[in-house]
Write a protein that binds this ligand. Structure first.
Ligand SMILES: *Cc1c(COP(=O)(O)O)cnc(C)c1O
Length: 386
């Protein structure tokens, strides 16, 4: 027999897209119907409308939408001419796409460590890695890709200070953080160029793949607009450079426009869930719950360092209590087979390695009600009580 609260709140899920769909159904259906009606499935009017809405939100001059968040990163690196012999500095504790685009262009990702408290790029490790590459003299340091992991903006002021000292460019990987801010400045405006993703599980997700780049740089924006459509010139059949095919579908733009109508409320709701979790969990047993007031809370991730129980044990106990969990990410990038020959082999990336074996993400979405949050908290407290 389920507990009465189970009947009231239903099963807890990591991310409840169905609840969101119930909240914005009519607006969404209208937007989709409009695209089916006009039939401009590629580069339809919704694409430009979305780019303008996103640019206004972030307070930047240009938004270049594209096929996915990985392409968004790649468009920037291609426009900058990142190529073999170049070094690009990335955190080791992130999704693989951050480093993948560097390698795809023949350049070399240099893995840096992350901070224990924010899970984001550690500036001391970054500086050490840049120095090491300089001293070795084989690669040319070109750019840094900080990641706003789990929705929290990286320490851009400190990163920019390092970038300026070494003459490096900064590309923000904000795939998980659209909607967050730092010192009251929105994500999208925190670096000279920012890439984000609209993968369905991201804070602002579409119903398929999608991505976008934010910048105030007129020339960079115009080059990226060319690259995303096969390197076109002023005319579609005028090819001025080697590009890719990476446009955002009109239908996805329409879906994002519908989702934008509730996005601010969703970010606030995620914040409320995070506060509830942090108040309830504090530091129970050996679970360390974070609280950050600027995050988009793509994930709510705790650290588990239990003297007697493994992370799998705790996740297993939570699953039995009806609380799903996920591990982002079980392996730091410098420990991945694909980067077995990576430069510096993740030298000094001890925190990234440690996090990979201790992080656990709890259910997090804007439609998680108070009763469900309390069930999660109770389950975690019970699970770590060995
Ligand atoms: C999701 C993600 C990406 C890639 O986005 P896609 O839209 O899936 O290509 C890149 N970087 C980070 C940190 C991500 O979380």
């Amino acid at each position: 027999m389920p507990e009465p609260t189970d009947v009231m709140t239903g099963p807890i899920v990591m991310l409840d897209l169905a609840a969101q769909r119930r909240a914005i159904g009519p607006v969404m259906d209208q937007r989709i119907a409009a695209v089916l009606e006009h039939g401009k499935f590629i580069s339809g009017p919704e694409v430009q409308e979305l780019e303008e809405a996103l640019a206004a939100r972030a307070g930047v001059r240009h938004v270049v939408s594209c096929g996915n968040g990985t392409d968004a990163l790649q468009l920037v690196l291609m426009a900058w001419g990142i190529s073999p012999g170049d070094a690009v500095f990335v955190p080791s504790f992130t999704f693989t796409a951050t480093a993948e685009v560097v390698s795809l262009l023949g350049a070399t990702p240099i893995f840096c460590d992350v901070r224990e408290d924010t899970f984001n790029l550690d500036v001391t490790s970054l500086e050490a890695a840049i120095e090491a590459v300089r001293v070795e003299g084989r690669l040319c340091p070109r750019a840094i890709i900080p990641v706003d992991l789990f929705g929290l903006a990286a320490d851009y002021p400190a990163i920019h200070a390092v970038a300026e000292r070494h003459g490096l460019r900064v590309l923000a990987d904000a795939a998980q953080s659209f909607g967050a801010s730092l010192d009251e400045k929105p994500v999208g405006s925190l670096a000279e160029v920012t890439a984000t993703s609209f993968f369905p599980a991201k804070p602002l997700g579409c119903y398929g793949d999608g991505g976008a780049v934010f910048t105030d740089d007129d020339e960079l924006a115009s080059i990226m607009r060319s690259i995303r459509v096969h390197g076109k010139g002023t005319d579609k059949y005028d090819t001025v450079r080697i590009g890719v095919n990476s446009r955002l579908d009109t239908l996805q733009a329409a879906i994002l426009l519908a989702k934008l109508t509730v996005f601010d409320a969703e970010i606030s709701a995620r914040q409320e869930v995070a506060i509830r979790y942090s108040d309830g969990l504090g530091s129970v047993g050996s679970v360390h719950a974070p609280l950050r007031d600027v995050s988009a809370w793509a994930q709510y991730t705790v650290r588990v360092d239990h003297p007697a129980l493994s992370r799998d044990d705790i996740a297993g106990r939570l699953a039995k209590a009806g609380v799903p969990t996920a591990v982002y990410y079980p392996r730091a990038l410098h420990d991945q087979p694909a980067y077995a020959d990576a430069d510096r082999k993740g030298e000094g990336c001890a925190t990234a390695t440690a996090l990979a074996s201790s992080v656990l993400s709890l259910p997090m979405h804007p439609y998680l009600d108070v009763a469900s949050c309390e069930r999660v908290i109770e389950a975690v407290v019970a699970a770590v009580d060995a």
